[in-house]
Design a protein around this ligand. Structure first.
Ligand code: IPD
Ligand code: CA
Ligand code: CA
Length: 259
């Protein structure tokens, strides 16, 4: 079903996104109580407070749904309806003090993202989408760019160390073909820029379901496409690693570059 059935889900997710944004702003310049996780990535007090708030709010609004957050999940996550949340995507940017960190929340039904909300509290941009109903930024309809690889910009990983010491072949190929590239921390931010037509594509090897669920809806409803690195449809019921986001037109070329 892709009708107004999901209006309440979107309303609740939007309220939660604004609350998350307030927490992000509260700690942006303050004591972030940063710790490094086992995978080497940072996590702050804002990540954990937001994740807990999301679980609490969704438990009240939709007691039968599961919630999978990057930092914490609800007890039962085997339901047909599961919310996937990245409390702060781009925590590296957040601790650097660069405003490309975003909140991300999606309702996934039987493995397919149906409702997506992503919020940039710094520019106060709320991205929303429901499958079959378009995607919007602060109420304005989103549309991907008509550009090609030659005329557009492709975003990639933010790891300078990796790009220099162990550059993936698609990076070398993009550089060789003199295609403009952009790198900074924040997968949701980069994908949102594909949805709003600034970038034609974005290749990322490390992202998983909680990173991509909301932008899957937002980008595709703006006319774009998100798949695995192999070009296949993503199934949000099982973990995956890596995704290609594009305006649709350059998708196959990006898949070929990544193969
Ligand atoms: C990460 C960021 C980063 C991307 C990584 C993600 P996190 O998410 O989006 O830009 O390169 O693949 O895992 O750890 O900030 O939520
Ligand atoms: Ca993330
Ligand atoms: Ca995160």
């Amino acid at each position: 079903m892709t009708d107004s059935t999901y209006d309440r889900d979107l309303t609740v997710a939007t309220e939660i996104a604004y609350m998350a944004g307030n927490i992000m702003l509260q700690y942006f310049d303050g004591d972030q109580q940063k710790v490094i996780k086992h995978d080497g990535s940072p996590v702050t007090i804002a990540d954990t407070l937001i994740n807990t708030m999301v679980i609490e709010r969704l438990a009240v609004a939709f007691p039968d749904d599961g919630v999978i957050g990057e930092e914490e999940s609800s007890e039962d996550t085997n339901q047909e309806r599961v919310w996937l949340c990245d409390p702060i995507d781009g925590t590296k940017a957040y601790v650097w003090g660069t405003p490309t960190a975003m909140f991300s929340l999606a309702l996934v039904v039987s493995g397919k993202p149906i409702v997506g909300v992503a919020y940039d509290p710094f520019l106060k941009r709320l991205y929303t989408g429901i499958v079959g109903q378009g995607s919007f930024c602060n109420g304005e309809k989103l549309q991907v760019s008509p550009d090609t690889l030659e005329t557009g910009i492709v975003a990639a990983s933010s790891s300078l160390d990796r790009l220099m010491n162990n550059p993936p072949s698609y990076i070398l190929e993009l550089v060789k073909r003199k295609i403009q590239t952009a790198t900074f921390s924040g997968a949701v931010y980069k994908a949102s820029l594909v949805a709003r037509g600034k970038f034609v594509g974005y290749i990322e090897e490390k992202v998983g379901p909680h990173d991509m669920a909301a932008v899957q809806v937002i980008v595709e409803e703006a006319g774009g496409k998100i798949t695995g690195l192999d070009g296949r449809k993503l199934d949000y019921r099982t973990p995956f690693k890596g995704a290609i986001t594009s305006n649709g037109l350059v998708h196959d070329e990006l898949v070929r570059l990544t193969a």
